[in-house]
Design a protein around this ligand. Structure first.
Ligand SMILES: O=C(O)C(=O)C[C@]1(C(=O)O)C=C[C@@H](O)C=C1
Length: 433
């Protein structure tokens, strides 16, 4: 599906990256290579007409939609060339030459007054801090366009944040890795649809840390162009999770029409508006109806009124775990061979009275099959798994530390994805979009 770009005055990624450059933040070249790679893949995707990069930041409340893919590409090209030229300057001047000059009093004339604004400034502790600089707005990357539930989750977790729409989850991760955003928001499970497996895989592939969670009641609406009636509809489009969450209700509404999956709920609404599609409805939020000028044909069409999606917040740095409020810790592990290992791992928590809130398994990509030869019976083949476990304790809690020390004995791989405050907001399944 193609995202479209409604005109607005939102700040765009180009200006964000420019401001980053202007503040002379030195970006490691490794990140730029990643960035260049992303252009190629997004170009390739755009050529197939399936994905469109819409990387314009928007203030959460205002719901701005801004720059085009070209903007994003040129921004990163500027960033890449800036870094390359910085590297060339450094190479030509002999890298650490400046230090030698100062320390060794070489022929460089030290003019301590005139500071050239084009020189890179050293990183400070604030640049490395997981929190934004005092007074700065937290920038939160999410997948989708304004009106998506992920945007609402960003607003719930960080009420005054600047929400930055990204066309893919991968881009949201990279936005944080490249310091374009401070956080990424990622849906990981839904009460009706279950776990969002692809996002678990992304957590493992990237090195970001979980620093928070929010549970967002998801209240779906059926949206169409003004004047369109249910009888005119030949298809309903939305995010696959949203389609699954409304399956029964659509049938009850007599909508036995084609269902088509698109990248996000609000993107579906935007697509209908921009293409003036009078035979198509979208499943999306009431806010998406407002933003894209659609009417609400039916409200609360999720099959279960207490439909809720859990999102996690990701940052470059972990937060310091505490014990003065309820914390959750998420881990992922693979175990050594042996059938009783999973039981042993889980009992490490049970013996310490640590509750598990979630366990999820995903096939081990690098080692999908374990072969067990038995001369008499033949060859048994088991799937190998990565296990994702959430438990109710902070990493600052000695019980959690001991449990993990024990888990480590049975596992071939163990990573703490994050230790973060639990979402303790009162449960209220009414509409929140
Ligand atoms: O498409 C959106 O609006 C999203 O934010 C994505 C998403 C998901 O990935 O599950 C989030 C919440 C809803 O469960 C439906 C879709």
């Amino acid at each position: 599906m193609q995202y479209l770009t409604p005109s607005s005055s939102g700040i765009n990624l180009k200006s964000l990256i420019r401001s980053k450059i202007q503040s002379h933040l030195v970006v490691p070249s490794r990140l730029v290579i990643k960035c260049a790679y992303r252009f190629e893949s997004s170009n390739a995707a755009a050529n197939t007409g399936t994905i469109n990069t819409n990387g314009a930041p928007s203030t959460y409340n205002a719901g701005h939609v801004g720059a085009s893919r070209a903007d994003w590409q040129s921004s990163c090209a500027i960033l890449a060339s800036k870094v390359v030229s910085q590297q060339q300057d450094t190479e030509m001047s002999g890298g650490a030459g400046n230090i030698t000059a100062v320390n060794g009093h070489t022929m460089i004339d030290l003019d301590l007054v005139a500071i050239n604004d084009n020189q890179p400034k050293p990183l400070t502790i604030t640049d490395l801090s997981p929190a934004p600089m005092h007074g700065a707005q937290l920038r939160v990357a999410y997948q989708g366009v304004p009106g998506a539930y992920s945007e609402a989750a960003a607003g719930k977790a960080y009420p005054k944040c600047e929400a930055i729409p990204c066309d893919q989850f991968e881009v949201a991760f990279q936005a944080v890795e490249l310091w374009i955003a401070d956080r990424a928001v990622l849906p990981v499970e839904n009460s009706l649809g279950g776990s969002i497996h692809r996002n678990y895989d992304l957590l493992l592939r990237h090195r970001l840390h979980i620093v928070g969670e929010v549970q967002l009641p998801v209240h779906h609406c059926l949206l169409a162009l003004p004047g369109v009636r249910k009888e005119y509809l030949t298809r309903v489009i939305s995010h696959p999770q949203a389609l699954a969450q409304c399956e029964l209700t659509l049938t009850k509404l007599g909508l036995n029409v084609a269902r088509e999956a698109v990248d996000d709920t609000a993107g579906a609404a935007e697509y209908i508006a921009a293409n003036n599609l009078r035979d198509t409805a979208a499943i999306a939020s009431a806010r998406a109806a407002d933003l894209y000028g659609l009417q609400i044909l039916a409200e609360g069409i999720q099959d279960d009124s207490s439909n809720v999606t859990r999102f996690v917040m990701l940052a470059r740095e972990p937060i310091i775990p505490r014990t003065d409020r309820p914390f959750k810790t998420s881990i992922v592990f693979a175990h050594h061979e042996g059938t009783s290992v999973l039981f042993k791992v889980l009992s490490a928590f049970a013996f310490r009275n640590i509750s598990l809130t979630k366990i999820e398994s995903r096939p081990h990509r690098n080692r999908p099959i374990r072969v067990v030869d038995d001369a008499n019976v033949g060859t048994a083949k088991h799937f190998e798994y990565m296990f994702y476990v959430d438990f109710e304790a902070s990493m600052a809690d000695v019980r959690a530390q001991n449990a993990l020390a024990e888990v480590q004995e049975f596992t071939s791989f163990l990573r703490v994805l994050g230790s973060y405050p639990m979402d303790m907001t009162p449960w209220c399944p009414s509409r929140e979009d």
